[in-house]
Ligand binder design. Structure first.
Ligand SMILES: [Zn+2]
Length: 348
C-alpha cells in the first residue's frame, strides 16, 4: 500500500482518545513487516522495535499519537437527545450541525449535533456562539429508552463523520490528520529505514490530546537517548491568520519545532534535524511560539531527561471535523526523519 492509501485508512479509522483500538490494529499490521518486534504495553501504546547494527549506538524513540479529539456521551435526555463533553481541544464553533458517529458496544450510530433552527432564533441568539454544553446529539431515538436500546451508554465516544478525499494531485482532506499524518509518517519511516547503527523504537502513543499520557509511560519503558515526536502542526497560510501567529505554510516542507508550550527542543536534536535536512536538500520550516505541545514534551522529561525534538507536517484546520494537508510535506517529513536516524549515531 502506498503512503496516501495508508493515510486514508488511518484517517477514516476512529480513535477518539482512550479508544485507540482501530488505529492501533491498523498500525500494528502496517508496521509489522518492517520491524523485529511489535508489542503493546499495559495502557495500549504500540511499541515497535528495530534492532541496530551497533550494540553501543544510541537508542532513538520516534512517536506519533494514535488518538484524535472527539466527544463523549455525558447524559441521555428523556427525549432521547445525547448531551456530551469534549475530549481534547475542540472549538465550540465547529461543532454545530456536524454529522457524527456514536461508537456504542452494539456498533456505530450516525447522528447530528443539533440546535435550534435559524427560523426560530431571535436576533441575539443568531449572533451568539452556542456553547458545547448547550448542544446535543440527535441519533434519531424517540426517547431515552430507545436510545439505550440502540446501544447508547454514558461514556460512549463520538467521532466526526468525515471521509478522506483527494482534492488535487497532492492535497487531501480528512479527519484526525492530527495525528494520523504522524502515524503514517512513522510507518513510512520504518518502511524506508536502511540498516542503521541505532536501535529504533517507533511508538504509536495513546491519550496525547488529554495530556501526553501514553508518551510518558512509553518513554519510561524505552529509556531512549533521543526522542522525536512526529505530529501535525498549524498551517497558518489561510485568510485571517498573520505570519507571526503561525509561520508554517502548507507545501513548504516539514516543520521543525524550536519551542512550543511544552518543549524547548534540545540543541543537539535541532542540530541533527537541521544538518540532516541540509545534507539531503530537504526544505524545512522552523517554528516557535505556537500554543500546544507534543509527546516530545513528556519524552524529554522522562527519567533523567531525554534530548528531544519535533518534526511536524503542516495541516490546515486541525482539531476540527476536516483538515487539509499536502502529502508532499508528509513525504518530506519521512525523508527528514529517516536521514536524522541514519545520522543519529554521529551526533549522540
Ligand atoms: Zn497532535
Amino acid at each position: 500500500m502506498n503512503f496516501v492509501d495508508v493515510l486514508e485508512k488511518l484517517s477514516n479509522a476512529n480513535g477518539v482518545t482512550g479508544r485507540e483500538d482501530q488505529v492501533r490494529n491498523l498500525m500494528k499490521e502496517y508496521m509489522a513487516p518492517y520491524v523485529d518486534e511489535v508489542s503493546e504495553d499495559k495502557l495500549g501504546n504500540l511499541i515497535a522495535f528495530k534492532k541496530g547494527k551497533k550494540a553501543d549506538a544510541p537508542t532513538v524513540m520516534i512517536a506519533a499519537h494514535m488518538d484524535e479529539v472527539g466527544l463523549m456521551v455525558k447524559n441521555i435526555k428523556k427525549k432521547g437527545f445525547l448531551q456530551f463533553t469534549k475530549i481534547g481541544g475542540i472549538d465550540d464553533r465547529v461543532l454545530l450541525a456536524q454529522k457524527v458517529v456514536v461508537h456504542t458496544d452494539k456498533g456505530s450510530l450516525f447522528g447530528v449535533v443539533g440546535s435550534k433552527p435559524v427560523h426560530i432564533q431571535n436576533e441575539v441568539e443568531r449572533k451568539k456562539v452556542i456553547e458545547a454544553d448547550k448542544l446535543f446529539i440527535d441519533v434519531g431515538a424517540k426517547d431515552k429508552e430507545e436510545a439505550e436500546r440502540m446501544g447508547v451508554q454514558v461514556g460512549d465516544v463520538v467521532s466526526f463523520d468525515t471521509t478522506f478525499a483527494r482534492l488535487s494531485d497532492t492535497v487531501v482532506l480528512g479527519k484526525a490528520f492530527d495525528d494520523r499524518v504522524g502515524c503514517a509518517v512513522l510507518i513510512e519511516v520504518l518502511k524506508r529505514l536502511p540498516e542503521v547503527d541505532c536501535n529504533v523504537y517507533a511508538v504509536g502513543t495513546i491519550q496525547e490530546e488529554v495530556g501526553l499520557r501514553g508518551a510518558t509511560i512509553a518513554a519510561f519503558q524505552i529509556k531512549p537517548d533521543l526522542g522525536i515526536a512526529l505530529d501535525a502542526s498549524v498551517s497558518g497560510d489561510t485568510p485571517g491568520v498573520s505570519e507571526g501567529e503561525a509561520p508554517a505554510k502548507m507545501g513548504a516542507g516539514p516543520v521543525v519545532t524550536v519551542a512550543d508550550a511544552g518543549l524547548i527542543a534540545h540543541p543537539k536534536v535541532l542540530r541533527l534535524l537541521i544538518d540532516s535536512a541540509k545534507q539531503n536538500s530537504i526544505g524545512y520550516q522552523l517554528e516557535t511560539g505556537v500554543r500546544g505541545a507534543t509527546d516530545a514534551a513528556r519524552i524529554a522529561l522522562s527519567r533523567d531527561g531525554v534530548p528531544s525534538g519535533v518534526v511536524s507536517t503542516p495541516a490546515r484546520y486541525i482539531h476540527s471535523p476536516a483538515a487539509i494537508l499536502d502529502v508532499e510535506d508528509a513525504k518530506k517529513s519521512v525523508e527528514l526523519v529517516v536521514a536524522a536516524i541514519v545520522n543519529a549515531s554521529k551526533h549522540f
